[in-house]
Write a protein that binds this ligand. Sequence first.
Ligand SMILES: *Cc1c(COP(=O)(O)O)cnc(C)c1O
Length: 391
Amino acid sequence: MSEERKQFETEAIRTQIERSEFLEHTSPIYLTSSFVFEDAEDMRASFTEEKERNIYSRFSNPNTTEFVDKICKMEEAESGYAFATGMAAVFSTFAALLKSGDHIVSARSVFGSTHALFMNYFPKWNITTSYFDVNKPETIESFITPNTKILYAETPTNPAVDIIDLELLGNIAKKHNLILVIDNCFATPYLQQPIKFGAHLVIHSATKLIDGQGRVLGGITVGNADLIREIYLFSRNTGPALSPFNAWILSKSLETLAVRVDKHCDNALKVAEFLESHSNVNWVKYPFLKSHPQYEVAKKQMKLGGNIVAFEVKGGIDGGRKFLNAIKMCSLAANLGDTRTIVTHPSSTTHSKLSEADRLQVSITDGLVRISVGLEHIDDIIADLKQALEH
Ligand SMILES: *Cc1c(COP(=O)(O)O)cnc(C)c1O
């Protein structure tokens, strides 16, 4: 791809696979499990990879290729592979690159299923993980051992919306020769491009803001071509591939990512400012509020603050439950990054199995509420939150 790079929004719309003989404007859906060869020589050259072409949709498919090409342009990555879910991307990335005896250093605040991989499954294959506290980045290097291979983090974190300094992680990874892997799901490639700060691989759950409309599951890993080659070979054998239909949906979704995320962020900042002014709220965390402890870092590495707002309602666990029960319009759901505003209370739901001490280690207080701010009119979102706070 030696063509001149265009602006982010343009690449998101104009990156497209070759048109067929019908000259369709939008790429069609290629629902086919396999592709035919012209003759024995074509087949031989395809299997030995002398020719780059589609063979079988577990390996590649025109729709997944288009989706991967777009994300690569957005993240300024060399190469990528698309997965059926975000968790398939997370699992396959680690499984392809690590062997027995290897060690991971990760931020403690990671997505629940990623935490389960680190604690319940990887130890079965003698792959161990040490966690650092996201608010004590000065301790990260103390966890690195000669067996450490991967440095891993999500930023902003879920659900407490802490920010981790990507430039710092990039420098540590370089100094200790580690592979830096960032789950960039909360920021999207529009708001933050970790490769610019030294990340080798970037993972997304495309289920969230990339689809943005609560329809399909998907995931992707992009980055350094040699590492992606390992992940590709692992995945073409183990089978976590994204379906062509979902790839088509996600590829179309990317065309509107910038305008959607701009509006999500605009609404989220207004929600954060409203909550900060409300007397039934103890504190609010949003990356682009000046009161956020890592506001300066957020400004350095993010274009806007994202769509997730965390706040503590007065009254602890009961206060949180009462607030959720009084919500009328916003949804109580397990997703985030949807057009619909979603409200969750982590300490009584997603994180209820953790002890209070463990919850506090990842900044989840009893009254913590997480809002994934959607695209409804801002006045209606705030009116719903206001009546629930005053219930
Ligand atoms: C949702 C999510 C995942 C997992 O993605 P799925 O598509 O649900 O498998 C991974 N990381 C983060 C940060 C997420 O929010």
